[in-house]
Design a binder for this molecule. Structure first.
Ligand code: DGY
Length: 323
């Protein structure tokens, strides 16, 4: 039987690319440039499977075609708000993602951001590299203690739970959780966490708020001006979820008028474009979407995509089907 013809839309870790090339009739994107919607549409006529990632906006324009050859979009990444699931479903296309394998590394990065913003690590490094450090003094770059504080987690899925584990068991933090559906008692008990009924109830109680919910239209500007105004004036917001979850204009205002302690973002609305106003705030830490960026996680994500493809082409339900 002929091998399925697959298109990988970006460079992937070498070990995974090698295995893909061995197992499938694979076309790899050696230039690592994102596909334009028309290139994506053209690919849908040719390939049995396309392996996209967050930089491929698969909305209505990319899916406007009759009877595509593509039967599965096996996404490299856990988030899939860049894919129009309904549109894909109308063509009978299966969509899968890569949960679990990046949860620990993404939570590690959320912890990194929380510590960086609380302890003013970005400011310190910028000062030192600019040759402006004049030496130790009691009042220099004084930050905020993290240990023992209250952390609110919005979205208590796998990554949110990993964040709670680190914060509670490593830093003795009290955990408040908001989740759309009820969280199992044993899952809450693992971090002595309390589930609250609403985001509005959670926000005013927290010293730190970390976002771990999905992106997409339903959660667009979940953290808006009203909710930012409910934060304590010394509280910090951390976003490793998706850029659109935070209203960045409202955030720049909150930072400019000191109504919150600070913020740390790994994801941006319309990334890689960054709202220039965000650049103005010293109390904002920014990283270029590094949540899952470890060798271990990125390889595991690739192999998880392969597991889904293998399930699909061997006639089984793919383990991580999302539509
Ligand atoms: C994910 O897996 O969703 C990461 O944000 C990278 O796409």
């Amino acid at each position: 039987m002929a091998k399925p013809r697959i298109l990988v839309t970006r460079r992937w870790p070498a070990a995974v690319e090698a295995r893909l090339a061995d197992r499938f009739d694979a076309v790899l994107n050696r230039s690592d440039t994102p596909l334009a919607p028309e290139e994506f549409r053209a690919a849908m006529r040719d390939y049995d499977a396309i392996l996209p990632t967050v930089t491929d906006k698969i909305g209505a324009p990319a899916l406007e075609l009759e009877r595509p050859q593509t039967k599965i979009l096996a996404n490299y990444g856990v988030g899939y708000s860049h894919i129009d699931l309904e549109g894909a479903g109308r063509h009978g296309i299966v969509v899968t993602n890569t949960p679990d394998v990046l949860s620990e590394c993404t939570a590690d990065l959320a912890m990194t951001l929380m510590l960086m913003v609380a302890r003013r690590a970005g400011e310190g490094e910028r000062e030192l590299r600019a040759g402006q450090w004049t030496g130790w003094r009691p009042t220099h770059l004084v930050g905020t203690k993290v240990s023992g504080k209250t952390l609110g987690i919005i979205g208590y899925g796998r990554i949110g739970q990993e964040m709670a584990r680190r914060a509670h068991h490593g830093f003795g933090m009290k955990i408040l959780a908001y989740n759309r559906s009820p969280v199992a008692p044993d899952v809450l008990a693992a971090c002595d966490a309390t589930q609250v009924a609403s985001i509005d109830e959670l926000i005013p109680e927290c010293d730190f708020i970390s976002l771990h919910c999905p992106g997409g239209a339903a959660n667009r500007h979940l953290i808006d001006a009203r909710r930012l105004s409910m934060m304590r004036p010394d509280a910090f917001l951390i976003n490793t979820a998706r850029g659109e979850v935070v209203d960045e204009v409202a955030l720049t205002q909150a930072l400019a008028f000191d109504t919150i302690g600070g913020a740390a973002l790994d994801v941006f609305d319309g990334e890689p474009r960054i709202n220039p106003d965000l650049m103005q705030s010293d109390r904002l830490v920014m990283l270029p979407h590094l949540g899952s960026a470890t060798r271990e996680a990125r390889e595991a994500m690739g192999f998880r995509v392969m597991d889904n493809l293998t399930d699909f082409f061997e006639g089984r339900e793919p383990r991580d089907r999302v539509n």
